[in-house]
Design a protein. Structure first.
Length: 298
């Protein structure tokens, strides 16, 4: 679950439009000039960012067309995937800045769905599982932001819907069977999206399912770990303890949002008991839970 690069690319702010339809007094004219000069860099930056988003779209189309033509699963496929990843990240960053009710929101959401579907392919493939992990990493920083609106969480809930294999493993774990660690990152992101969108019972069930699978696997292999590949960056390696800790962090956040101070404290303590150092995914959730508990106390 890595960073989406939010600071790197935000597009779509309206360009500054200014005009003077009548003569102003000298003082007002000078003030208008000062305001225009101050606003111009922001306008130029917004236009440059929008242009960059268009460039990413163009690069994605070109890379996709090249791969479709050559069927080269080496360089062409790699470049097609990289272009799609960059475009999805940029579109999500852009979408995150759009106010609720803006006409462009459904358009951006639709584009994200299309690019992802083309990239991920059939749900019953390893390729789909890999791209689902990419999506979970990409949306995690958005979900971990407590300023995320419930309507935005609903869209991320859709994007993080666990694949069929995850549900099959949920059922196996309920029978006490160890399972392949498939889609744990997706399930964690989905649980957080459920919390942010106000689906409390479903969120608890999702966390419980994930916790059950991880606990069984850890009991059979205490040193078990996962490798999400070099493209995951700092999120490449995670072990079973990281995921148990994440479950406690998710429980803590949900309890804190519900003003259950004791429950939140209990789960924070459990997370720290598993490992004093928090994982990058658990850190913002525990911090938010602790902050909410303190606010309720004050």
């Amino acid at each position: 679950m890595g960073d989406t690069g939010t600071a790197a690319l935000i597009a779509g702010f309206p360009a500054l439009r200014s005009g003077i339809s009548r003569r102003l007094g000298s003082g007002a004219f000078i003030l208008a000039c000062v305001l225009w000069v101050a606003a111009f860099p922001q306008s130029a930056r917004a236009e440059a960012e929008a242009e960059t988003l268009e460039q990413l779209r163009q690069r994605h189309q070109e890379a996709r067309a090249t791969f479709a033509k050559t069927k080269d699963y080496g360089k062409a496929y790699k470049e097609s995937r990289e272009a799609a990843h960059k475009l999805i990240s940029a579109l999500l960053d852009h979408w995150r800045t759009l106010p609720d009710g803006v006409a462009g929101v459904p358009v951006v959401c639709r584009e994200i769905r299309i690019v992802y579907k083309e990239m991920a392919g059939s749900p019953l493939t390893e390729r789909h599982n890999i791209e689902k992990s990419f999506l979970a990493r990409t949306v995690w920083p958005l979900l971990a932001d407590d300023d995320l609106r419930p309507d935005q969480a609903v869209f991320l809930l859709e994007l993080t819907k666990p694949q069929m294999g995850v549900r099959m493993n949920d059922r196996k774990a309920r029978r006490g069977e160890p399972t392949e660690p498939l889609g744990w990152d997706v399930q964690g992101a989905h649980a957080l999206a459920l919390i942010r969108s106000g689906n409390d019972k479903k969120a608890r069930d999702e966390i419980t399912n994930l916790h059950g699978k991880v606990s069984i696997n850890r009991a059979h292999n205490p040193r078990g770990s996962l490798d999400y590949g070099p493209e995951a960056g700092d999120g490449r390696y995670r072990d079973y303890t990281d995921y148990l800790q994440l479950c406690e962090a998710l429980h803590a956040l949900q309890a804190a949002i519900a003003h259950d101070r004791e429950g939140a404290r209990k789960h924070i303590a459990k997370a720290r008991k598993l490992r004093e150092a928090l994982s990058p995914e658990a850190t913002p959730l525990v911090a938010e839970a602790a902050r909410r508990v303190k606010m309720d106390k004050d």
